[in-house]
Design a protein around this ligand. Sequence first.
Ligand code: FMN
Length: 364
Amino acid sequence: MTTLFEPFQLKSLNLRNRIVMAPMTRSFSPNGIPTADVATYYAKRAAGEVGLILSEGTVIDRVASSNDPNVPHFYGEQALAGWQKVIRDVHANGGSMGPQIWHMGVMDNHHSGWLPAEPFEGPSGSGRPGFTNGKAMTEQDIANTILAFGKAAADAKRLGFDCVEIHGAHGYLIDQFFWEETNDRTDAYGGKTLAERSRFAIDVIKEVRKQVGEDFTIILRLSQWKPSSYTSSLAKTPEEMEAWLNPLADAGVDVFHCSQRRFWEPEFNGSDLNFAGWAKKITGKATITVGSVGLSGEFLAAFNGESSQPSSLEELMRRLDRGDFDLVGVGRALLADPNWAEKIRDGRTVELKGFSRDALSQLV
Ligand SMILES: Cc1cc2nc3c(=O)[nH]c(=O)nc-3n(C[C@H](O)[C@H](O)[C@H](O)COP(=O)(O)O)c2cc1C
């Protein structure tokens, strides 16, 4: 496990080890305001030796950026005061942290019946093929949304966070622009190629960079898959991936966070490199891998009730030691157990817990 516990330094990030708590929505922030319990939840992961904590997705200042009243905001005095307490408590416990800034795009209505005061918005009104539940953004909406991402990043830096992560994955707003199925625009934010449909992401990254300066670390989370289509791929070949990722890197991304459901799955035929491996090889940037680290089953099946048991880290270590990626994202194992990282470091494997859906019902 030596390499997993080596420090990592990049611009504003000074991490004690390579373990990253993956962003996980918990919906425990009534009216968008993170409570003291939320601060305690993150501080416990810092005390438990996590290298970098990425917050749950926290939404930017757009009326329809969220479909859930209990998802935290990253705007407004009260919510930002809540986040201020979070980062103070995390630092007091020796941790590092960045918020994951998020706009959900066109969404399903929340099961509670709660709705934002304006319609959901996206590149088209469609959140996935055959599902329309919002409006196509005007160029003014797009310009304002880009500014709202920048404002959130500036606030993250001002509050003392160590980095910021832009959520560009999993079928939400930025990914809706990437995906041909949800982006049928004929203006500068659409186009036949993935590179053309990356314009929105590029403009967001440039604005975030402008707001935080050169020395603040920007992470971009991406996924090839969508919740509505596990088998979809944005980039179908290494060449397409180059045309996608290099302009994002040039716009200001320091770290690519490459979301997979299972980290060991190869991205393209003919090589065992995973998404994070390819992203690092193509861009030369640092990367984070993620997906079923230390657990037997993957996370979307977990939402449907499938339990996972602890599993070996051998294959992960083989890839980390080979230099495929720099950092390792861990989701459910850390949701269920704040002390997962220190147990791994100290070889206390018999104390590791599995994951079951029940863990979602409270902040531990
Ligand atoms: C309860 C829960 C909430 C999640 N919320 C988010 C989120 O807000 N943003 C995000 O990018 N990914 C989210 N994810 C995905 C995780 O960040 C991670 O990629 C996924 O759980 C795979 O890692 P794991 O197998 O270690 O759990 C969520 C996952 C879970 C289990």
